[in-house]
Design a protein. Structure first.
Lengths: 577, 435
């Protein structure tokens, strides 16, 4: 039963529509066929006859131009002009020949004979032009004119006639094509009239069935829906109302669909009303929480800002300490330098002490050697001076000899006196010897006296020398020894100072590195503080952002509250749900 | 109907199908047209080759120069046929047509004129103006192979219109050494006196403006082609200056009246040399061979002498020029005609031309060879070139000057006033052309 009803509405609407469609297809197909016919005829006219006629026009014009150029060759007064005219003629001839060849391809059988004549005449024209140019260039104007007025003109005219004939043929062809075109038009007129009548009947049938089966039920449903909507507009919406359904066709299905929709809508609105009330409560709660958080965050922001400020101060102080540590380091460095210099100086001092001790020791030793040498030489000399004592013994010997000699002389003189005269001479000698002995005795006595003086002098000398040596041994050498001792002590002192200074130097180096490390540590403390400041500043900024976010959340929650309110208001449109 | 419905239904499918079909159609048509094009090309080239081979003959007409050159030309044409025997068969007709008159002959009936023709450089401009010349296709090759001046003489506005062939177009004095000493040939008066005493003649062609220019060229008077390339300026009738127009006319009358002088054309000169009546004469390089034959060891060639004019010794002037070979633009076989023209003027054949006809080559290598440099005629032309100018005259030059020459050679039989005679000549030379 249902199926039958469904089928009936389809039938009522689809059959007239189908008829309309078929009619329009047929009429279109016929129109295409007719247009094709018309097009074929028109193309035939345009392509063959009109193009042919226009080609012939071009050919005619080119022929005329060739003719004119040949004539201008005669009039030309110089060779260059003639050459360029000849070049022009040759180009023109090539073009004309191309056009003639093109025309030949498209011409009809009827034109063939005339075309052949045209070609013959064209050859004649070309030959005539060759002659005209030859005569003209050779200065034979008379012959040139004769040929131009004779052959050239004759062939030109003949070509003109041929072209006219061809145009006439083309026009005839065009005329017959036109009459064919007219008959096609008439048949198209008849067939199109028939299709129009069929179309009108189909349209009337379609209007009737559509009005009865579709438009009426739809307009009733539309009125009821309008009623429901106008209630809603007046804020007296009633979602319990329904559209009336009469039949059981596609329109009825549409009405039922609307009713189902109304029911679902009713259900949905009930839910919305409930939910929007719940939402209002939730939003209020959230708003309160947000407000509280907002205050906390603001406090937090102020605190972090303060912290940041404090950190900045600390950072400034650390920077001052850093500067001071740097100064201390510089001073320590200076002390280290000085210490190092003193250390160097103490080493030098030690060297001086050593050299002084050595010098004193050398002097002492060399002096001691010299004294001993002098002493030994002196002792030896004293020793040797004892030989002077031998002189005494020797002079004693001489005295003995002298007394003996004196005795002898005395004896001799006695003897001489005994001898008398003979001994007289001898007495003289004995006298002389006695005198000599006296003299020797005297000399020896003198020697003994002098020797006594010498001996005492030597002894004096030896005594003085011994005094000198003992003075040297007792007074000067100990002096030297005290010098050596002083030098040695001086050296020991210098060594002590060096050792102390070296230690001091080591200590100052240690101090220096300690101060450097302190400076470094202060540096890293400063950096850490700076980073801390940046971090705290960032935290402050973030807190600021958080405050902003909290504000916007508050704003959005306000919006939510408004939306929930609006929603509630909207649902109030419906009096009944 | 069924088709229509399916079309409507699957319009998007249809679009795809249509696109595919269009693509296929395009591809096929392009492939076909491409193939067709290339086939066409192939068939067209093979067609021409085949046509030439099938017909068996490429027919060409050659105007290569005067009668004396015919044997040489036959030899050159034979070698040409051999060179290209594998490519085509030839039917080449050689006709005698002087290089001097080539232009008039060709432009008189350009469609039936020779396919290949030799001409002097003064005709180039008119031939080019008539559109009768095919520009040289291997111009760069030809330009580098030949003397710069010869190439320039064969070119108009930088287009090379002909193949340079010789560089010796000019004239000089030939003489019999048994009659004249080296000193005699320095002055025309002396030559005429010696010849008269020996009862022989010194000859010159006074019917040709080509030779008659020699009396005017070095007198300080002017003859020139106007910018239009056709009309001329001339003051050979001048009544002012060192040498006046009438002075030259009088000098020529005096020469004509000398018993040692005779006015005769080149052919008669050669004949006279052979039979011993002529002992000297002015002619071009083309007569070297025949005159050598006539005089044997006594053959001499020298630059032109001086002549007496207004009481002064004036060096005789001359035209110089180049000969070249051109191809008829209306030839049915321009490609083969160009090949033949190139062949006639290539190094090998310029050498042959010098060997057989003693004509001075313009090929760089040949012109520099010792054989060429040592030729007496070439030496004489080289000496004369100082007093020579390129022949650049309009059509109106030839007839009036020829008439003047003939009148003076005949001794001015009508007793025309010489100034009037010169005035008439100049008036005719400078007349406007073609109107």
């Amino acid at each position: 039963m249902k199926n039958k009803k469904h089928a009936s509405i389809k039938m009522y609407i689809m059959i007239p529509v189908l008829i309309l469609g078929i009619v329009s297809i047929i009429s279109n197909a016929m129109a295409i066929m007719n247009i094709r016919n018309v097009n074929a005829n028109a193309s035939n006219i345009a392509d063959n006859y009109m193009t042919g006629i226009s080609d012939l026009g071009v050919i005619q014009q080119q022929t005329q131009e060739l003719h004119n150029k040949a004539l201008s060759h005669i009039i030309a007064t110089n060779a260059d002009t003639m050459i360029s005219i000849m070049d022009g003629i040759k180009t023109e001839e090539t073009e004309l020949e191309e056009n003639l060849a093109k025309y030949k391809e498209e011409m009809s059988e009827a034109e063939k004979q005339t075309y052949e004549e045209l070609m013959t005449n064209y050859q004649g024209l070309k030959d005539a032009m060759a002659n005209v140019a030859a005569y003209s260039a050779n200065g034979n104007s008379e012959a040139a004119y004769a040929c131009a007025n004779g052959d050239l003109a004759a062939y030109g005219d003949a070509m003109q006639k041929n072209i006219d004939t061809l145009i006439e043929t083309a026009n005839k062809g065009a005329a017959s094509a036109r009459s064919q075109l007219a008959s096609v038009y008439n048949s198209a007129l008849v067939s199109n009239s028939i299709t129009i009548i069929i179309s009108v009947v189909a349209i009337l049938a379609a209007i009737f069935s559509v009005n009865k089966l579709i438009i009426k039920p739809i307009s009733i449903a539309q009125r009821e829906i309008s009623q429901i909507i106008s209630d809603i507009d007046r804020r007296e919406g009633d979602l319990t109302k329904r559209v009336t359904v009469y039949s059981d066709d596609e329109i009825a299905a549409l009405g039922k669909g609307i009713n189902v929709f109304m029911e679902k809508l009713q259900h949905i609105f009930q839910m919305i009303t409930n939910n929007s009330q719940k939402m209002d409560v939730v939003v209020n709660e959230v708003m309160d929480s947000v407000r509280t958080s907002n205050n906390s965050v603001s406090d937090l922001s102020a605190l972090t800002e303060e912290l940041a400020a404090t950190m900045e101060e600390v950072s400034a102080n650390a920077a001052v300490i850093n500067t001071n540590a740097g100064e201390v380091r510089d001073e320590v460095n200076e002390i280290a330098d000085k210490t190092s210099k003193i250390n160097d100086y103490s080493i030098q001092m030690k060297e001086h002490a050593e050299s002084m001790e050595n010098t004193a020791r050398t002097n002492m030793e060399s002096t001691s050697v010299k004294v001993n040498e002098i002493l030994s030489v002196l002792n030896q000399a004293i020793e040797e001076s004892n030989s002077v004592n031998q002189v005494n013994s020797l002079t004693d010997d001489i005295l003995n000899i002298a007394s003996q000699t004196n005795l002898l002389a005395l004896n001799a003189s006695i003897e001489a006196a005994r001898a008398g005269e003979a001994g007289k001479g001898f007495a003289v000698v004995a006298d002389e010897i006695s005198q000599l002995a006296d003299a020797s005795r005297e000399a020896a006595n003198n020697i003994q006296q002098i020797n006594g003086i010498v001996t005492s002098a030597v002894h004096n000398l030896a005594n003085h020398a011994n005094d000198l040596v003992s003075y040297m041994n007792e007074s000067i050498l100990p002096e030297f020894e005290s010098f050596v001792t002083a030098g040695s002590e001086y050296k020991d002192n210098a060594t002590y100072i060096e050792t102390v200074m070296a230690e001091f130097n080591t200590k100052t180096d240690a101090l220096k590195s300690a101060v450097s490390e302190i400076a470094k540590s202060i540096d890293s403390i400063t950096t850490a503080i700076d980073e801390g400041v940046t971090g705290v500043t960032g935290a402050a900024e973030n807190t600021q952002v958080l405050v902003g976010d909290m504000d916007s959340i508050t704003g959005h929650m306000d919006e939510n509250q408004q939306i929930a309110g609006a929603l509630k208001q909207e649902t109030e449109v419906f009096v009944k749900l | 109907m069924y088709i229509n419905i399916t079309r409507k239904k699957g319009s998007s499918d249809m679009k795809k199908k249509m696109a595919a079909i269009t693509a296929v159609v395009l591809a096929v048509s392009m492939a076909l047209s491409g193939c067709a094009g290339s086939q066409k090309k192939k068939s067209s080239t093979s067609k021409t080759e085949k046509a030439q081979k099938e017909s068996g003959t490429v027919e060409l007409t050659l105007w290569g120069g005067a009668e004396e050159d015919q044997a040489l030309l036959a030899e050159i044409v034979d070698s040409f046929k051999k060179e290209y025997a594998d490519q085509a068969d030839f039917d080449i007709t050689i006709e005698a047509e002087s290089e001097a008159s080539c232009k008039d002959a060709l432009l008189g009936d350009v469609l039936n004129g020779a396919d290949v023709f030799a001409f002097a450089d003064d005709q180039l401009l008119s031939l080019a103006a008539a559109g009768a010349l095919v520009p040289v296709d291997n111009a760069d090759e030809v330009k580098s192979a030949n003397l710069e001046e010869a190439v320039a003489a064969a070119s108009v506005n930088d287009t090379l219109y002909a193949y340079p062939m010789t560089a010796d177009n000019g004239y000089l004095m030939y003489y019999d050494k048994s009659v004249f000493s080296d000193a005699d040939v320095a002055s025309l008066d002396q030559m005429l006196n010696v010849a008269a005493a020996a009862n022989k003649k010194v000859v010159m062609d006074w019917s040709s403006g080509w030779y008659l220019y020699s009396f005017f060229g070095n007198t300080g008077l002017n003859l020139s082609l106007n910018d239009d390339g056709i009309s001329m300026s001339c003051d050979w009738n001048s009544t002012e200056g060192n040498i006046k127009g009438v002075d030259i006319a009088q000098a020529m009358l005096a020469i004509a009246a000398n018993p040692g002088f005779a006015n005769m054309v080149d052919a008669d000169f050669v004949e006279g040399a052979k039979n011993g009546t002529v002992a000297a004469g002015i002619s071009g390089a083309w007569d070297v061979s025949t005159l050598k034959e006539a005089w044997g060891d006594n053959f001499g060639a020298v630059k032109l002498p001086t002549y007496t004019c207004a009481g002064q010794q004036v060096q005789m002037a001359s035209f110089k020029g180049y000969k070249m070979v051109g191809v008829n633009a209306y030839s049915k076989h321009t490609d083969w005609a160009l090949k033949l023209a190139d062949w006639i003027t290539n190094e090998q054949n310029q050498k042959l031309r010098f060997e057989e006809r003693e004509q001075g080559p313009c090929n760089n290598n040949e012109a520099a060879s010792d054989e060429v440099k040592n030729s007496p005629a070439i030496q004489a032309l080289t000496a004369q070139s100082e007093y020579a100018v390129l022949q650049r005259v309009g059509n109106n030059y030839w007839n009036p000057i020829s008439e003047l020459g003939s009148t003076l050679a005949a001794g001015n039989p009508d007793g025309t006033d010489l100034q009037k005679l010169m005035d008439n000549t100049v008036k005719a030379i400078t007349a406007s052309v073609g109107q």
